[in-house]
Design a binder for this molecule. Structure first.
Ligand SMILES: Cc1cc2nc3c(=O)[nH]c(=O)nc-3n(C[C@H](O)[C@H](O)[C@H](O)COP(=O)(O)O)c2cc1C
Length: 359
């Protein structure tokens, strides 16, 4: 429709219409920005920018129900991950409560049993959940709850192996930082956004190594609702590179692109809708910071909320509606004469606001 209007109308008239729409929009802002209700009216009737996101979130919630009500097709269950994490938190409480998790232990055990019987489910996730459940039953007072006693009997009846080293441990066992602050500062400096790469393929094993460390990043309830789509084959590489709006001028020389994809189907509630961005960004940082140790460099690339490009990339990568592109990351071996913007950083004084109780 837009294309048709553009073809029919003279370009001068088009510019005048655009300017009028812009002026009307600017004039209406003070009214619609007055309160949340008017803002809702604005986004319901005059601006559909949130439409795709809302659809994806609902698709995610719908798919969460399918996944967590035992879909045999998955390698990971967000409910099992979250609840195993909750059990671990319960196990480190001071003092340890004699019984806990009564409201979610049944669904957790059912999810574990289902995962064990499914061919697809990832073995490490099963091993972690089994070990934590075993430790839980060892730690709580089974005489205080019939439910716990029944579930524990069911659990032990299955007689599967578990390794208690996959359960909570003491802080004294945590690895100590092998670098001083200065050494770490030097290491941080090895990463700068790099836009000029050698035209050689990026070793997939190295990408795997970097993702392995990225996966160590924190994530809400340890659900890790993201995936790294590695795009290193033509013609897809060229098509996706061109979609990145901020890739102008260097898109053609990117040998490998990572599309970091968030998965809304890890969540039951819309209140968690931002977690995909937070968790994926933490992992992205760890991924990018690892690359220089492997002789590689990277540049994160802006992925604005634009329906057209979102639809295009989803189509190219075959993403279901509940998966969302969060950012692209260009990866490659840097060329030594490629320029690096200086990119001055804000000072700690600018970034810190010590919140005093007297304020
Ligand atoms: C979310 C995000 C989006 C970015 N998008 C682009 C982009 O589209 N094109 C680009 O050349 N650089 C992009 N960058 C790189 C930034 O310009 C760069 O991180 C910033 O200038 C600081 O420089 P440094 O990464 O070297 O420390 C992006 C960075 C982030 C974190």
């Amino acid at each position: 429709m837009r294309q048709l209007i553009k073809k029919i109308l003279p370009s001068k008239l088009l510019l005048q219409i655009k300017a009028l729409i812009h002026r009307t929009h600017q004039a209406s802002l003070p009214f619609f920005a007055k309160n949340p209700f008017l803002a809702k009216c604005y986004f319901s009737f005059f601006n559909n920018a949130y439409q795709r996101e809302q659809f994806s979130i609902l698709q995610g919630m719908l798919n969460y129900n399918v996944r967590t009500k035992h879909s045999a097709q998955q390698t990971s269950n967000p409910l099992l991950r979250r609840n195993t994490h909750r059990l671990e938190k319960g196990l480190i409480m001071k003092p340890l409560k004699p019984i806990f998790a009564l409201d979610y232990i049944e669904e957790t055990q059912a999810a574990l049993f289902f995962a064990i019987n499914s061919e697809q489910h990832q073995a490490d996730e099963i091993a972690w959940a089994s070990a934590v459940l075993a430790r839980f039953y060892q730690s709580v007072d089974l005489t205080q709850s019939t439910l716990l006693a029944t579930l524990a009997a069911e659990f032990y009846n299955k007689q599967f192996a578990y390794d208690l080293s996959l359960t909570p441990y003491q802080n004294s066992e945590l690895a100590k930082a092998p670098l001083s602050y200065q050494e770490f500062a030097q290491f941080i400096d090895t990463r700068r956004s790099t836009r000029w790469f050698k035209q050689s393929p990026v070793c997939r094993e190295k990408i795997k190594q970097a993702v392995t460390l990225a996966s160590q990043a924190p994530s809400a309830c340890n659900r890790q609702p993201y995936e790294f789509y590695v795009i290193d084959q033509e013609p897809l590489l060229n098509k996706v590179s061109k979609l990145a709006i901020g890739g102008g001028g260097f898109a053609d020389n990117i040998p490998c692109l990572i599309a970091l994809i968030g998965d809304y189907s890890c969540y039951e509630h819309e209140r968690d809708r931002h977690v995909i961005y937070i968790d994926a960004s933490l992992a992205a940082m760890q991924f990018m910071q690892t690359l220089p140790t492997l002789g590689l460099a990277s540049c994160p690339m802006n992925w604005p909320e634009l329906k057209v490009v979102d639809n295009k990339i989803s189509q190219l990568l075959g993403l279901p509606h509940y998966k969302k592109t969060i950012m692209l990351i260009a990866v490659g071996e840097p060329v030594s004469d490629g320029g690096i913007p200086y990119s001055q950083k804000k000072s700690a004084e600018q970034l810190i606001h010590f919140v005093n109780t007297s304020e």
